[in-house]
Design a protein around this ligand. Structure first.
Ligand code: XMP
Length: 327
């Protein structure tokens, strides 16, 4: 199964009927591969791992154990949604790991973006490996690898295998049920599996999460400002018909303060930067023409509702010259 390739003539999955057929095929294939063995899955709540979880729950139910690592860099409401959808609604075997302090302690004082990414990536593998070692008799590891991951890793653009980073004593056989699908097909399948739209159609979110949007050395209070302002931006984009239309939108909080006025008093607080871009492949991007009145409304909400913020800016920079993320 690990070597499975997308057939050259495979039709793009665009309809519920095609998704249904794919789901039935995969359930049979998963049952055959897994038998009565147990499977482990790192469930981030992103589209790919969520679809893999839903497929495995249908195919082998309680033989699947999902591990959700909360590294403290997730968006507002994400860990709660994972628990609600998978544990409460789908009755999955879900281990929730609160690793917030562990990650934030390791990241304290670290300002170099690539070092931050390495710490987050390595710590994730550590935490996941620790959880895996606590469990007995698991021989399979499910992954949300998709077809572009395979193509990009073959082209040398990126290394995709999460399992590649696991310590040698954890020698799992891989289970990759969405391996031959493109992202849009994964979404169609996810919808058919009954996952909520907020999960299936969510915008791309980087592995290091809000960590790369809390520019420089991460502090808990500034990270909260990123999380809260991001939640307001998402809420307002959804209310105003921009969710699903704009490719990626989020907020950034730089590591400096500016002067302002709060309740008649001088304040010395952070600015929040809004970024909203459109792209096909993330290699280049244009800036969304967000209505000025909406920007004013969002500014009003962020400056009044988010602690430690007194100013809002809109990033007008296309890629190139700016990257989509700020670090
Ligand atoms: P940039 O900032 O390079 O971003 O223009 C292009 C796309 O990639 C995402 N991105 C990441 N995704 N790990 C990820 O999984 C990362 O370290 C990372 N850095 C950037 C970014 O959100 C955008 O969609």
């Amino acid at each position: 199964m690990a070597e499975l390739r997308r057939p050259e003539n495979m039709q793009r999955i665009t309809t519920p009927e095609q998704a249904e057929a794919f789901i039935d095929e995969q359930i049979a294939a998963l049952r055959e591969q897994i038998g009565d063995r147990k499977v482990l899955l790192a469930l981030s709540g992103g589209v790919d791992s969520s679809v893999v979880a839903a497929l495995l729950i249908k195919a082998v139910g309680q033989q699947l154990t999902c591990v959700h690592v909360n590294h403290g860099l997730l968006r507002k409401g994400e860990p709660e949604q994972v628990i609600e959808v998978f544990r409460n609604q789908m009755n999955a075997n879900l281990i929730y790991v609160d690793a917030v302090d562990r990650f934030l302690d390791k990241l304290a004082g670290v300002s170099d973006p690539e070092t931050k990414r390495k710490i987050i990536g390595n710590e994730f593998i550590e935490v996941f490996a620790e959880e895996a070692r606590k469990l007995d008799g698991i021989s399979l590891l499910a992954q949300g690898t998709i077809w572009p991951d395979i193509l990009e890793s073959e082209a040398g653009i990126k290394a995709h295998h999460n399992a590649g980073g696991l310590p040698a004593d954890l020698n799992f056989e891989l289970v990759e049920p969405v391996r031959i699908l493109f992202k849009d097909e994964v979404r169609v399948v996810g919808k058919e599996l009954g996952l909520p739209d907020g999960m299936v159609f969510r915008q791309p979110f980087p592995g290091p999460g809000l960590g790369v949007r809390c520019v420089g050395a991460i502090t808990r209070d500034r990270l909260e400002a990123v999380r809260e302002s991001d939640a307001i931006l998402r809420e307002e984009f959804a209310k105003n018909g921009l969710e699903g239309k704009v490719w990626q939108y989020f907020t950034i909080v730089p590591d400096f303060r500016t002067t302002g006025i709060h309740d008649g008093q001088r304040s010395y607080d952070w600015p929040v930067v809004i970024r909203a871009v459109n792209t096909r492949d993330a290699m280049s991007a244009t800036v969304e023409d967000v209505p000025f009145t909406l920007l004013q409304h969002i500014t009003d909400r962020i400056t009044h509702e988010v602690k430690g913020v007194n100013r809002v800016l809109f990033d007008l920079t296309p890629k190139p010259t700016g990257t989509i993320e700020w670090e």
